[in-house]
Design a protein around this ligand. Structure first.
Ligand code: AMP
Ligand code: TRP
Length: 338
């Protein structure tokens, strides 16, 4: 980590822009649950990122509670990790402005997520959507976080965070002031695909309800979605090479492997030669076993907004206690009167 001597610290965030799905769970939250025992962890609900595209205010509030409740329902312990909403910790916005002046236009222009989200009519995209990855770098570095658990789609944003940290350290001659944060991407479940289209990422914004298993889905809905998942007419191969060119089959095998803790090869040893008539019910049972209990706990917690508010307020206080002194130091380094 280029000579950085500070403590190991974890930060990650999820946008309150839609329901939490199996991709978010396997790519991100499940890692949060494991990491909280080893590291000083901060998990935020990134409401400031969410408004880079239009959000209905009442829905935004509701979704913010939904993401916080999902963290808790999946097993993040608010005593171990600070759970909070980004807009409650002012230091994120302050550092983001300074980073807007450190990051180069050319770096931000290369970001593929902006291109995907802005679509063809990029003149009409918000300025916030453009500078989104700079705010993300501030989220991470305002805690001097050293490790960032995310899905594969965030790889490029993490590279930008490292570039910003490195340029700040270099320009202000404060070698190793910021760590170069390491993404924690690897592992099964880093890229879960839509149940309707094996070439598209499972995403909150997918217009088809059947593309995602949501954490809030009950057992019947989960089973129906898995049974309806797109497949091909062939049976499953006995070896991984046989999944090549069969994106939907590969995705379902990958989900089975990620949830059962087995490798794809193990799953194919068990199910090779079987058709989807056998594999889908087995997968549906497994997803129900692992996800439905999270869904019931999620619904219980969503019925207790007072408790959720208390977790968020307490988390924000703890997060600010780490972030505020770091931003103060940054302001001194930059030459602001503090
Ligand atoms: P988002 O829903 O875009 O706010 O993403 C929140 C977290 O979930 C990030 O760490 C993403 O990388 C991760 N994630 C989102 N979609 C997927 C997916 N389909 N597969 C794996 N990880 C995902
Ligand atoms: N951009 C991330 C996503 O869409 C969300 C995010 C915002 C994030 N700030 C972050 C992830 C900081 C990790 C660390 O998934």
């Amino acid at each position: 980590m280029s000579g950085y001597q500070g403590p190991m610290r974890v930060l990650s965030g999820i946008q309150p822009s839609g329901g939490m799905h199996l991709g978010n769970y396997l790519g991100a939250i499940r890692k949060f649950v494991d990491l909280q025992h080893q590291y000083d962890c901060h998990f935020c609900v990134v409401d400031m990122h969410a408004i880079t595209v239009w959000q209905d205010p009442a829905k935004l509030r509701e979704q913010t509670f939904h993401i916080a409740a999902s963290y808790l329902a999946a097993g993040v312990d608010p005593k171990l990790a600070a759970i909070f909403h980004q807009s409650a910790v002012h230091a994120h916005a302050e550092l983001a402005w300074i980073f807007n002046c450190v990051a180069r236009l050319g770096w931000v222009e290369r970001m593929t997520q902006f291109k995907d989200k802005a679509g063809k009519d990029k003149e009409r995209a918000s300025v916030g959507l453009y500078t989104y990855p700079v705010l993300q770098a501030a989220d991470i570095l305002v805690y001097k976080a050293t490790h960032v658990p995310v899905g594969e789609d965030q790889k490029q944003h993490l590279e930008l965070s490292r570039d910003i940290a490195g340029k700040f350290n270099h320009d202000y001659k404060v070698e190793s002031f910021f760590p170069l944060p390491e993404p924690l991407i690897k592992g099964p479940g880093a890229r879960i695909m839509s149940l309707r289209d094996g070439s598209a990422k499972m995403s909150k914004s997918d217009p088809s309800e059947n593309a995602c298993v949501f954490l809030s889905d009950d057992a019947d809905v989960i089973a129906k979605k898995i049974k309806k998942a797109k497949t091909d007419p062939e049976s499953l191969p006995s070896e991984e090479a046989g999944l090549e060119g069969r994106a939907e089959a590969a995705n379902l095998v990958g989900i089975y492997a990620a949830l059962s803790g087995k490798t794809n090869a193990d799953v194919l040893t068990e199910f090779g030669g079987q058709g989807f008539g056998v594999f889908k019910p087995a997968l549906a049972d497994l997803v129900v076993e692992k996800i439905a209990p999270i869904g019931s706990e999620l619904r219980r917690l969503e019925g207790d907004p007072q408790y959720l508010q208390q977790v968020l307020t307490d988390g924000a206080e703890r997060a600010a206690a780490v972030a505020d002194p770091i931003v103060k130091e940054v302001k001194e380094i930059v030459g602001f009167l503090v």
